[in-house]
Each structure stands twice: as C-alpha cells, then as structure tokens.
Design a binder for this molecule. Structure first.
Ligand SMILES: [Zn+2]
Length: 475
C-alpha cells in the first residue's frame, strides 16, 4: 500500500491523503486549503491527482479544511461515493455552500477594485457544484451504533470510530488485504487508521475520542497541538467573567470570532451553564452567523452522541441548551449592521473563526480601534490569517483594504480548542495496539518536531515521519 500525503502536511489545512492498494485509489478527506488568497486559489482549483481515478472518498469530518474541495473533485469527474457519518453529511453541505458564497462575495469585492480585467478572480466553485458533490454522500454510522464494517471490495473494508472533535467527526479505520493468497508469500492484512482531527478528553459537549479496538499497523494522526497542553475548560469561567465584567464597566463590546461549527455551540453551552449557575453576569449575546444557526439546529438530533456531562446538565432536552433569553440569533444583514449602533455591553459571536471572511470582519472593523472593547480569540489561528495577526497584535491590520490599529484588548482563550493537546495525543497513541509506523500530519513543523521527539522517547524504535506535501510512503 502506498500513502500519498497531499495536504495538511507540515501545515494545518487542506487535508488530503491518498491510499493506493491493489489498483484501488481511496482518498481520505478532500480539504480546502485556507491561507493567502493566491496560494489558496492555486491549491484549491486544481487537484494533485486525476479526479476520475479516485474510487472512493472517506470523509473524516465536516470542517472545510477536510471537506472543502469535494465540489472540485466531483466537477473534475469523480464518480464514486463519499462516505461519512450522517451528521457530517448534513453539516458538510452547509459548510461547502457557505464556502461557495464566500468565494462569490470575495470575487465580487476583489474585482470591484482591480483595474486590469486580467487580474480578476473567480469563485473556485459554485452552489451548484456543492449540490452535485453532496449527491455522492453515502452515510455510514459510527461502528459503535451500526456494528458493521463497510466493504469497498474483497480486499478493503473500513469502519468509523467517534473522534470527539466536532459533531459527526470520525476516526477512519481501514483494513487492507494485499498479496496473492495462492502465492508462497501469501496474503497479508495491513491496517491503517487516520484520526482526522482528534477531540479532547474533556470537551464541553462531545465525548473523548474512541480508542481503536484492533491493531493499527500505520497511524496517521493529526498533531495540531503536539507542543502544548490546553487549559482545562473550567478556566473559561474566570476568563468569561473577567471579559464580561470589563465590558459592563466600559459599556464595551466583546467580539468573539468563532467557527460556526463546534466552537459557537461550545461557547453557547458553556455560557448557558455559567448563567444558570449565576457564575457570570448576564449581558446580551448575539450569534451573528446564519451558518452557526443552521448548524446549531442540527445538534439536538444527535444529542445521544453527546458526553455524560452534557446529559447531566441538560438531559436529552432537544434544542434548549442552545436557547437562552439573552441570546439573539441575528439573521439579516440589516440586523447585523444595527449591532454597530447599539450601545454595549454586549457579546457578538460571529464567523469566520480565523477572521478570513464573514460578518465578523464588519464587527472587527467597527470595534477593534476602541480600547473599551475586547476581542476574544477562541480558536486556532493558522499562519497568515487575519486572526493570527490580531492574536499576535500585529498592528495595523487590513480589513477590506483599509488599515486599522488594534486598540481593543485582545485575549486568547486556549481552553476552547476542539483538538487533542499534547497529553491527549500521547495518551491516545499509547492506547494504539501493535503500532508499526506513525505519521504526524495537520501540524506546523515546530509543533510536529516537539511531538516527534516526545514520541521517540516513549516509543523507542517506532518509525515516525512528518511528511511534506507530495511525499509518498510504501507501508
Ligand atoms: Zn477539524
């Protein structure tokens, strides 16, 4: 079997791994590269393989950097099935439609400001391309629910474990038979697991990642936070209380750039819990992301997949954990703009999470120069994103071509990560049975190097690779 590393290698975006065995081409994830516009356009509009040569795709989860180039794959002639969990199928559709809309708006805006028609940019895919892609979805339940493998051919079958990262996220476990049973060398069974993105042991809503019961000869694991440990989620209480108390005093606003998927629901759940416990003062909270509202509506359908703490706090009560008197879901652009004229204190939770587009840009533009306000970063900010610049206080920043000085306080809450931290990753890998080869992906090189050193100490003799994009390995 040959593993081709084609994305999220020494970076955290554009996840793509091609497994080639017995003439079968299995693609694990087909993610969108998020970064500088020029790089992103180039890396997303073409694929590093012939789309029609791919037999099947297994999608680990619905984040754009894992599913976002499926429309390109289908547009270029892919005819197979895209396997994923039912929640992933529902969410990925919204995520990709949102991406198509962002590309459309981005091109409209950009082209207004270019003089030479040759410099115009175009959306990489359209809403119709997304709708064509989702027709290829074939939903597969977690093995814990179905107790069934999915057979791709006589030599290849897989099952999905719960990754606990976002709703519907899966660890993909593949069993491959290679060799000729009638030959003297016989047939060998090889096993491979791809973590996708791995959740934490103590997430607010989701359970810890499931351990794999079988042997895993080759593990491809994400390693976003291979270098550090997160603060416990309970620390968020003090940070929220501090930020809210400050803006009550200042009559300011807290702007929270948050991923519409996962992070927004985690924050609502935590705030709801803290308000119920009277642990934080109540201020108006606006969820200004139509996408977040659509995704939040999906959550109650899968409440049985949530963790024990959630069940204890809210039981199996449908949507109620995500509804609260002081929370307003902002729908129209007019409502969103009107927030600018409303006096603080208030909290505005808006997308995109890395400040690369979406309504949060307007809120940042209007609030980032005011020292009464707080920008609360709650998620991973990839290199070269506006979110990373704000997080690192690289002032001035540019929004829609205009410069703004960062005068608001910028705070980062690390406790909200949906990714396993160093301890979680080490512990997860220590539970993997019969591991023979480890690949570290979905990570930047410094983090990967620190984690590799740690793994070399705890697993002496285990071959560990940090692949570069385009690198292939026979296993
Ligand atoms: Zn993810």
């Amino acid at each position: 079997m040959k593993i081709n590393f084609l994305g999220a290698d020494q970076n955290v975006t554009g996840s793509k791994h091609l497994i080639q065995t017995n003439g079968y081409n299995l693609l694990l994830d087909c993610g969108f590269y998020q970064g500088k516009r020029a790089d992103s356009n180039k890396l997303n509009s073409t694929l590093p393989f012939e789309a029609k040569d791919i037999n099947a795709v297994i999608l680990s989860h619905a984040h754009l950097d894992h599913c976002g180039t499926l429309p390109i794959l289908v547009k270029n002639g892919f005819e197979g099935k895209i396997y994923c969990t039912p929640a992933t199928a529902e969410i990925a559709k919204y995520i990709m439609l949102d991406a198509a809309e962002i590309q459309k708006q981005d091109a409209l805006y950009f082209n207004k400001h270019v003089e030479n028609p040759a410099d115009q940019i175009y959306p990489i895919y359209s809403e119709q391309d997304v709708l064509n892609a989702v027709k290829h979805f074939e939903t597969i339940d977690y093995f814990k629910h179905s107790n069934q493998w999915t057979v791709l051919n006589d030599n290849l079958r897989f099952k999905l474990y719960d990754a606990g990262h976002i709703l519907g996220s899966a660890i993909i476990y593949v069993e491959i038979k290679e060799g000729d049973p009638s030959a003297s060398s016989g047939q060998v069974i090889k096993t491979l697991a791809f973590t996708g993105d791995l959740g934490r042991d103590n997430s607010p809503i989701l359970p810890a990642p499931q351990y794999i019961e079988e042997d895993v000869h080759t593990l491809i694991t994400e390693c976003t936070y291979g270098d550090k440990n997160h603060n416990p989620i309970s620390d968020a209480t003090g940070n929220f209380r501090g930020a809210i108390t400050t803006v009550i005093k200042n009559k300011g606003k807290i702007i929270v750039p948050a991923f519409s998927l996962g992070r927004t629901q985690d924050i609502i759940y935590i705030l709801h819990k803290l308000i119920n416990q009277k642990a934080i003062p109540t201020i108006p909270i606006y969820i200004d992301s139509p996408l977040a509202e659509k995704i939040t509506d999906i959550f109650p359908k899968y409440v049985t997949d949530f963790n024990g703490n959630f069940q204890k706090d809210f039981g199996y009560r449908g949507a109620s954990p995500f509804l609260l008197n002081n929370i307003t879901y902002v729908r129209t652009i007019e409502e969103s703009k009107s927030l600018n004229n409303k006096p603080g204190p208030m909290m505005i939770i808006s997308a995109s999470g890395m400040c690369e587009g979406g309504r949060v840009l307007h809120h940042l533009k209007n609030n980032i120069e005011n020292p009464q306000n707080i920008i609360l970063i709650t998620g991973y900010q990839a290199e070269n994103t506006l979110g990373r610049k704000i997080q690192e206080n690289v002032s001035p920043i540019k929004i829609y071509g205009k410069e703004y000085n960062i005068r608001a306080q910028v705070k980062t809450l690390h406790e909200f990560s949906a990714h396993a931290d160093q301890n979680d990753l080490s512990s997860y890998i220590s539970h993997v049975k019969n591991l023979q080869k480890l690949f570290l992906v979905h990570t930047e090189l410094p983090q990967a190097t620190i984690f590799k050193d740690l793994m070399e100490k705890s697993h002496p003799g285990l071959p560990i690779e940090i692949p570069t994009m385009g690198q292939s390995f026979e296993v």
